[in-house]
Structures are given as C-alpha cells and as structure tokens.
Design a protein around this ligand. Structure first.
Ligand SMILES: N[C@@H](CCC(=O)N[C@@H](CS)C(=O)NCC(=O)O)C(=O)O
Length: 357
C-alpha cells in the first residue's frame, strides 16, 4: 500500500485468502487489511484507517458538520434498529430461561454463566435494549393492539393486565390517565392513552417508524386512509350501533337501522379492499392492520355481528391469526379468550351468562 494524502484512489493489493484468513488475524473474519507491519480486522476499523491514513478522512463527516450526529450512529438507523430488535429477542429468550432455572444450564453454575455475564454487564447493550415501556391492558379491549404492535416489532415491554369490573375498567385502571380508557402506556415519566397515539409513539420511538409507510411510498395515501378509517370511522360506527341496540329501542328504530346500514357499507368497502390486497395498505402489513383487527374480532364479544357475507374479510383474519406476533400477544394478554377469527360471532357475548342448555 502506498500512503497518499490526496483523496485520489491509491493502489492496493487484493488477495483472496479464505479460509486461510485465520492465519492473518485470530478473528479470521473478513475484512482484514495489512499495511507494513499492521494487520487490522473489522469493517469499521479498516474503513477509518484507510480513509484517514490515505484520503485525509474523505467520506467521514467532521464534528463541525451539521449532520455529524446523524453520520455517527443515528438511533433510528434501520440497521441499528434491526440489531436492537435481535438483541431484545435474545434477552427475552434469556429472561424466559432464567425464570425456570437459576443458571443457564439449569441447577448448576457452568462456564456458560461466566461467558454471558460479560455481555449482560455491558451498560450500552442494556440501555440500548431495555426499555421502561409498560403496557396497561384492560381485558377484552382495544388495548390488545399495543402488545400486538410490540410483539410484531420485538420491542420489550412490561405487560400489566386488568380485569373489567364488571363491564368497565376498574378504578386502578381509570386512575392511570384522565381518559381512563384502554389502551394506556407508560414510558418513564410519560403516561399516554389513545390507540393511535400509543401506536405512533411506540413505533417511532422504539422502531424508527417501522410498520408506518413514508410519504414517498407508492401506497402512502392508501395507508393513511385505512389507518385513520379504522379507528376514526369504523370502530365509532360499531360503538354507536352497539349502544343503540342496547338502549331498548325497537329493531326498526330508524337510527338503529341507519347505523346498521353504515356498518354493512363499511364491511362491503373493507371486503372489496381485501379482495385485491393481502393487507389494508396493499402488499405490506402495517399499523393500519393492527388498528382495525380489534373491531373485526374481539369487538364482536360486545356487538356480535357476523362476517359470513364478507369472505375476503374472513380470509384476511386467517392471515392475521397466522402471524406469530398476533399469536404471542393474544396468548400473553388474553390467555383465556377464544379468539374471534372466523365468520361467526362468539357464542357467548362478553358479560352475558352462558346460553342455557
Ligand atoms: N378511541 C379510544 C377508545 C378507547 C376506548 O373506548 N377503550 C375502551 C376499551 S374497548 C375502554 O376503555 N372501556 C372501558 C371503560 O370505558 O371503562 C382509543 O382508541 O384508545
């Protein structure tokens, strides 16, 4: 290698050594560069060495550059987010193992424990991956969306579940936030309610906006439409129909009839959309799907409508039910619930006595 102070590419010798690379450096992992007496492995070190030694630091931004902080390692850099997700999945597995046994191998302390303690005592790893996110889940409610989101994105969270008392949220839940409505999340000093706000906060704060489509995406308009429609139009229509039908008005009450028509119209729209697309935004699963699924499933414990006429919606729910993130979330937050993923409404609506035999 000839050293140069200009940014012009210098000559270098390229040698393919695999698998003999191990002889060069104990790591044996590519890349490895040599320059006179120096042998250097690791991508970052090689790049810094060559750019600074041979090209005056070209392609590096200086600390005075306005984008310097982003050049370093932006916390929302997709590669970093992916790494953090992998680490948090590993930590969850480790946590599950150590729930069952005192040491990694079981009852006996082994060399495996010595090896892992080094990684676990690295503060950077811990602070990068251990969030303080708490999800307060009210049973049989819209807050199931939040554990689902966290599971899809492998974001660590503490789950606290609350039973309804007997229909509404118990006082302990209501005291968490002035709205008293599920979902509620806490993160450090922050307490946040409202599904859309919680989903946006978690996806952006912890996962670089994953499961949101950016404005440059071809399906962006479709995405924002269904994302807002789910909780801004569809769920409120179901709520109103539920309240009217439980208010003692006759079946042919014009307001009730109108609301049922609105729900039917919404389901027709949805069915047409899902005939052509696997997910609401199109080909990609997004938070729009996480938002709507409660209204199509658990909500039917309260307002027991059938999906028999909406085959595309039923097939969509089959795809939802096959997602591991959904399965994990529902197992954790609703272990006793029979999931409502088929065409029929639940045989036993929430809060009602079982049908007499
Ligand atoms: N638009 C709100 C609606 C929240 C809401 O109404 N949650 C219901 C659960 S499905 C609730 O908290 N009900 C219990 C109560 O009001 O005591 C959101 O999406 O967060």
């Amino acid at each position: 290698m000839r050293k140069s102070t200009s940014a012009a590419p210098g000559p270098y010798e390229r040698v393919h050594l695999r698998p003999a690379g191990k002889a060069l450096d104990p790591s044996g992992s590519a890349p490895i560069i040599q320059d006179d007496d120096l042998t250097l492995p690791k991508w970052g070190a090689c790049m810094e060495y060559i750019a600074h030694r041979y090209a005056g630091g070209a392609l590096f931004l200086p600390p005075t550059h306005p984008a310097y902080a982003h050049f370093g390692v932006a916390h929302d850099n997709p590669r970093v987010v992916q790494m953090e997700n992998q680490i948090s999945t590993t930590l969850s597995m480790l946590d599950a193992r150590l729930k069952e046994s005192d040491w990694l191998a079981g009852e006996e302390f082994t060399v495996k424990d010595i090896m892992i303690v080094f990684s676990l005592s690295d503060n950077d790893v811990i602070s990068a991956t251990m969030s303080t996110l708490t999800v307060h889940h009210l049973n049989v409610s819209q807050s199931e969306r939040i554990p689902w989101l966290c599971e899809e994105l492998a974001i660590p969270y503490e789950l606290k579940t609350y039973k309804r008392a007997p229909v509404f949220a118990p006082p302990g839940y209501k005291a968490l936030h002035p709205s008293g409505s599920a979902p509620i999340i806490q993160d450090g000093d922050l307490t946040l309610a409202e599904s859309g706000a919680c989903v946006e906060y978690i996806a952006h704060r912890y996962a670089g906006g994953a499961l949101f489509l950016p404005p440059t995406h071809p399906a962006y308009a479709q995405f924002i439409y269904w994302w807002h429609w789910a909780n801004g139009t569809f769920q409120p229509s179901l709520n109103l129909t539920l309240f009217l039908s439980h208010s003692g008005v006759a079946h042919d009450n014009p307001r009730l009839v109108r609301m049922k028509e609105k729900v039917g119209n919404a389901l027709n729209m949805l069915d047409a959309r899902l005939k052509e697309n696997d997910w609401l935004a199109g080909a990609e699963f997004t938070v729009a799907d996480i938002m709507i699924v409660f209204s199509l499933t658990t909500m039917r414990y309260f307002y027991g409508y059938s999906l028999a006429e909406y085959g595309n919606v039923v097939r969509y729910l089959e795809r939802v039910g096959a997602r591991e993130g959904y399965q994990r979330a529902m197992k954790k937050c609703e272990p006793e619930m029979e999931l409502v993923l088929g065409a029929d409404a639940p045989a036993k609506p929430f809060g009602n006595p079982p049908p007499s035999k």
